[in-house]
Design a protein around this ligand. Structure first.
Ligand code: SAH
Length: 214
């Protein structure tokens, strides 16, 4: 039996995103367009539009569609924003960001995952994703400051280098808490302070590195 991926994707957007209050038209358009099934292994493609995260290589995961949408919407992106993602994983979130913004920087710890993600993104025609394999808890100082920083792995605390690389008015989304469950936080840099909001409980794989889990 062949699967109608376009239909599965439309259903995902309606039942998982719109029905739960995602309203950002750029986010909805990006997720209506991007073939999420190409970011997972062949054996999982028929589950790519299900309402949950899925395993990728190196015991990592591609986030649940709703979580991708919620985080992206909360970043309040404009086209000119300079965006940094920590934890490229499958490359799916980077593709969503690349549909919305001109330039996306992304850092992944495992070279093997980065290579795979870069190959899929290249195949889909994204020329605006700039990626490297490194410890993302250090940020990517060469291209700072960032208008938006998205961390897609759970941290014990907010890594200071990421805060330092956030532009004035910049937003950071990051899961903070224990190694199994965390709270999704949104930090906004104002002139003289950082404003912190707590969005929802979440479950991400651990952010491992100098300013993350050891
Ligand atoms: N955004 C991804 C989800 C990735 S899961 C997607 O759309 O598929 C989290 C990723 O963070 C994993 O690939 C993991 O290897 C990576 N990671 C963990 N610690 C990291 C670190 N210190 N720097 C960069 N990436 C890290």
């Amino acid at each position: 039996m062949t699967i109608d991926y376009d239909q599965a994707r439309e259903k995902m957007v309606n039942s998982q995103l719109l029905a739960r209050g995602i309203r950002d038209q750029n986010v909805l358009a990006a997720m209506r367009k991007i073939p999420r099934h190409l970011f997972v292994g062949d054996y999982l493609q028929d589950q790519a539009y299900d309402d949950r995260p899925l395993p990728i290589a190196r015991q990592q995961t591609i986030s649940q569609p709703y979580m991708v949408a919620l985080m992206t919407e909360a970043l309040e992106l404009s086209r000119q924003d300079r965006v940094l993602e920590i934890g490229t994983g499958s490359g799916y979130q980077a593709a969503v960001l690349a549909e919305i913004c001109d330039t996306v920087y992304t850092v992944e710890k495992f070279p093997e995952l980065l290579d795979q993600a870069a190959a899929v993104c290249r195949q889909l025609g994204y020329r605006n994703i700039i990626a490297k394999s490194d410890d993302g808890t250090l940020g990517w100082p060469e291209h700072q400051p960032y208008d938006a920083i998205l961390v897609t792995a759970g941290a014990p605390q907010v890594p200071q280098p990421l805060l330092d690389q956030l532009a004035e008015g910049g937003r950071m989304l990051i899961p903070v808490g224990g190694d199994l469950i965390q709270e999704l936080k949104k930090l906004t840099r104002r002139t003289d302070r950082i404003v912190e909001e707590r969005l929802i409980g979440c479950q991400f794989v651990p952010l491992r590195g100098k300013h993350g889990w050891q």
